[in-house]
Design a protein around this ligand. Structure first.
Ligand code: SF4
Ligand code: SF4
Length: 442
């Protein structure tokens, strides 16, 4: 009989909230607190809410298994107070599990691990640390659902996602991993804007694409379709050098980006206004300012909410972090991590953020749908997780069944097993992906 971490590894469970860290590694920890992250703070995305309402029993069972596995004395399922339907659904399954609900406010970014660990436990991670450093393991709600499924022998071959924005029928539903975005848009009745961009994983922390042949992975949280002339698409859709060029000439060092930075307010030495200074320098002078980007979590608030000049401090921080990594530079924060006295007063309510982003008209219910898209083919990436890509263990022309293994990590390497999400025939294999023709849609 295999252990829970072995079942989780064999099922290919990774952090479904976007991070993609292999869950079996976390399952090998011993901690004080086990936290389930149900914050879902990206504007417009509601798939975790729908999951908690419709799969509450499995989520609680998965959370109870993981809490016991990591030896946690305290297990908390963190849900925003505004999501009463989710709280009620989950609460009804809690008796006898040793788990409790922890209610969160409706702020951005309340789901950031640093934020949620502090809110639920009062503990502050060391600069650059992980929850384990302060005796915590955090899993997203879909991850704990997948932990429960893994304990029942089911692998991660489907992803629960939310598709919203400029589509006729926004919704939340299960979809085979590897499904092309075009199938999802069709499944939602098509677009309401002739020309559009697709935000993958959210407008704050996700990426923008115009390519509908891109596919769902184990970490895709949702698609937000926006008209091509929406200001968010316009701002994001320009060459990176433009962001930095305008920042170099127009930043007046007002420091609002730093004053509203959630990491700065928690006590970490992130100072995007100083990183903006790096845009005018090269070499050592540049590195002197880049170091203030090192502890940034790329939440996007500085670029999309705080900066009165519509500049791109988050993107300057992303560039700074890349350059720090290449140069082997790390922020060595000497001052103690102490929460800023104005932190509570400077939190950003989600409704206000949605209004500032010009998204109010798209802030709609994304109801749970039982039916699923049936793509003609799926393209399954061999690296959908933190760690190395897996080597394909299948060949072209080979028949394959849903849940069969396409590849597994090398022994001793960080990675996750990848499974087929449909039954059909392998059409293409290369080191990056496998394409499978779905025989059930012919
Ligand atoms: S908020 Fe904008 S203008 Fe002010 S310091 Fe930051 S980047 Fe510069
Ligand atoms: S993206 Fe901006 S606001 Fe967010 S953590 Fe980084 S510097 Fe702070």
């Amino acid at each position: 009989m295999s252990t829970l971490p072995e079942q989780i590894a064999e099922a290919g469970v990774v952090g479904a909230g976007g991070a993609g860290f292999p869950t079996h590694v976390k399952a090998g920890s011993t901690v004080d607190y086990f936290l389930v992250n149900g914050a879902e703070c990206e504007p417009l995305l509601h798939k975790d809410f729908e999951l908690m309402v419709h799969h509450a029993a499995e989520i609680v069972k998965g959370a109870a298994l993981m809490k016991n596995q990591v030896g946690a004395k305290t297990g908390l399922i963190c849900i925003k107070s505004k999501n009463q339907a989710a709280i009620e659904a989950v609460s009804s399954h809690l008796p006898g599990t040793g788990l409790a609900i922890f209610e969160l406010g409706d702020f951005y970014p309340s789901g950031d691990e640093y934020e949620i660990v502090y809110a639920a436990t009062g503990r502050l991670m060391p600069p650059g640390g992980i929850p384990l450093n302060v005796g915590c393991v955090v899993n997203n709600v879909e991850t704990v659902l997948n932990i429960w499924k893994a304990s029942q022998g089911d692998s991660v071959s489907e992803k629960f996602i939310c598709v919203t924005g400029a589509v006729k029928n926004p919704g939340s539903f299960w979809v085979p991993v590897g499904t092309p975005f075009a199938d999802l848009i069709r499944f939602c009745g098509g677009v309401t804007s002739e020309k559009y961009g697709i935000y993958v994983g959210g407008v704050m922390m996700g990426k923008l694409t115009f390519d509908t042949t891109e596919v769902v992975t184990k970490t895709t949280g949702g698609l937000i379709i926006l008209p091509e002339d929406h200001k968010l698409v316009q701002r994001k859709n320009q060459p990176e050098k433009n962001w930095h060029q305008i920042g170099k000439s127009a930043c007046d060092q007002c420091s609002y980006c730093t004053e509203f930075c959630p990491r700065y307010l928690l006590g970490y030495d992130v100072q995007p206004h100083k990183v903006m200074r790096s845009l005018g320098f090269t070499g050592q002078n540049n590195a002197m300012w880049n170091v203030y980007a090192d502890l940034c979590c790329s939440c996007g608030l500085c670029t999309l909410y705080s900066c009165p000049e519509d500049l791109f401090p988050k993107e300057a921080c992303d560039k700074g972090k890349r350059e720090n990594k290449a140069a082997g530079i790390k922020m060595d924060q000497k001052k103690p991590v102490e929460v800023h006295p104005f932190k509570d007063g400077r939190r950003v309510p989600l409704k206000k953020l949605i209004s500032r982003l010009g998204l109010t008209e798209f802030d709609v219910h994304t109801p749970y749908r039982d039916e699923k898209p049936a793509p003609k083919w799926v393209k399954i990436l061999l690296r959908q997780h933190v760690g190395d890509a897996v080597s394909p263990a299948v060949t072209e022309g080979q028949p394959i069944k849903k849940n069969d293994i396409l590849g597994r990590p090398e022994p001793g390497k960080l990675g996750s097993v990848i499974h087929s999400s449909v039954t059909g025939t392998i059409r293409e294999v290369n080191p990056a992906y496998v394409i499978i023709e779905n025989s059930e849609t012919r």
